[in-house]
Design a protein around this ligand. Structure first.
Ligand SMILES: NC(=O)c1ccc[n+]([C@@H]2O[C@H](COP(=O)([O-])OP(=O)(O)OC[C@H]3O[C@@H](n4cnc5c(N)ncnc54)[C@H](O)[C@@H]3O)[C@@H](O)[C@H]2O)c1
Length: 348
């Protein structure tokens, strides 16, 4: 039974025989849930006890594969199966009932990013989580990367004045269930809320809070997808509390190629993250000082941190709580408001 070294330097112990297995339930068994499942299934100190999804065929298949009970109604799952925590891996528009059901039972939960798309509902959940002092984790998995931890240490002493980054992807191919809700802005919140949220979250994690956001959008380049109400591209410009400025770009119509990038410019350091895995290049005085490669199994690392916190009660292994993840989602929803109104929005 091996130990696992987190980027934070925390040693996590797997499979302690003296400890009962952590019993996990799952709400949502779609694309990214399956990525969590393959990693969690390798944890010998965890039992995957229940799965819930509206898609009966999918949930039956998943439960058969991982050994838990399948449900198509989450209330039935909670009544029938005892668990230590629940994963909530739902599209942005579907959040609310699962979190409130977990809160009612004082059940710790992990929720995939973004925490939702309805600010009123999210505020209520955040308030209830705080009141209950519930152990939570939000799936901003990039925070767990060695590259991000290295950058954070540098920026603490040498803050960035200028930041820009984002996600540029191709036109949705409509070949997976996710695309049905992804292209509808009223369901996904749009690309900034659903995808570029990772970059927004990193900038909050690396540079601190935002105080104001402006935003503009591009339309009319994609007109051949039924139900498509998202922006083809957007720019959100953010003023940070520490005096720095950040631009977040998003595009989902760049079939020639795009990518994931984040660049931060401080007085002494330039930090360049590239790719989904967020490999980092650090420059000093115009020279490359070092490079840090991104990890391929980041969901497993993030899930290990959540399980460790459940085992010990020590929340320091979790790098994004509900309150923290809520603030990232709130910033992207404020940018949506700026896109809709054409006016800057202050973050209070
Ligand atoms: N961390 C990451 O890098 C990452 C990557 C992809 C997706 N995500 C996020 O994860 C979430 C889910 O994305 P996905 O790609 O798995 O989507 P998906 O469409 O593949 O799966 C969503 C699943 O939820 C189910 N579902 C919908 N409403 C439900 C409800 N009320 N109760 C139970 N099941 C319900 C659907 O039937 C579907 O199986 C989204 O918020 C997305 O932004 C995160």
């Amino acid at each position: 039974m091996g130990n696992e070294q987190l980027e934070t330097g925390t040693i996590l112990h797997e499979g302690r025989s003296s400890m009962a297995k952590i019993r996990l339930g799952f709400i949502g068994c779609g694309g990214v849930a399956q990525q969590h499942f393959t990693g969690i299934a390798t944890f010998e100190d965890v039992e995957m006890v229940a799965f819930s999804d509206l898609n009966a065929e999918l949930v039956n298949r998943t439960a058969a594969q991982y050994g838990g009970q399948p449900f198509t109604r989450l209330e039935e799952m909670f009544s029938a199966v005892e668990m230590d925590a629940v994963y909530i891996i739902l599209p942005p528009f579907a959040h609310g009932p699962a979190e409130f059901a977990a809160l009612e039972r004082r059940l710790p939960f992990f929720v995939e990013k973004p925490v939702g798309s309805d600010l009123g509902v999210l505020r209520e959940i955040a308030a209830e989580v705080e009141k209950a002092d519930l152990l939570t984790s939000v799936g901003y998995m990039t925070r767990y990367r060695q590259s991000v931890q290295t950058a954070r240490a540098i920026l603490r002493d040498d803050p960035a004045a200028l930041v820009y980054g984002g996600w540029i992807g191709s036109t949705p191919r409509m070949n997976a269930p996710i695309h049905q809700w992804w292209v509808a802005k009223e369901k996904s919140g749009g690309q900034l809320v659903e995808q570029t949220t990772h970059t927004v979250d990193l900038v909050r994690y690396l540079c601190g809070e935002a105080v104001e956001v402006y935003a503009v959008t591009a339309h009319g380049f994609v007109s051949d997808i039924p139900g498509y109400t998202i922006d083809d591209a957007s720019l959100a410009v953010v003023r940070l509390a520490n005096g720095g400025i950040a631009t977040f770009y998003s595009a989902c119509c760049a079939d020639g190629g795009g990518g994931v990038n984040l660049n931060l410019y401080a007085r002494r350091h330039t930090l360049q993250f590239t790719g989904w895995e967020h490999s980092l290049r650090i420059l000093e005085d115009g020279q490359v000082r070092c490079e840090v490669k991104g990890e391929p199994d980041i969901f497993r690392i993030e899930d290990r941190a959540f399980v460790a916190a459940l085992q010990t009660g020590d929340r320091s292994t979790i790098l994004c709580s509900y309150a923290d993840g809520f603030r990232t989602t709130r910033l992207t929803l404020a940018a949506n408001e700026a896109m809709a109104t054409g006016r800057p929005v202050a973050l209070t």
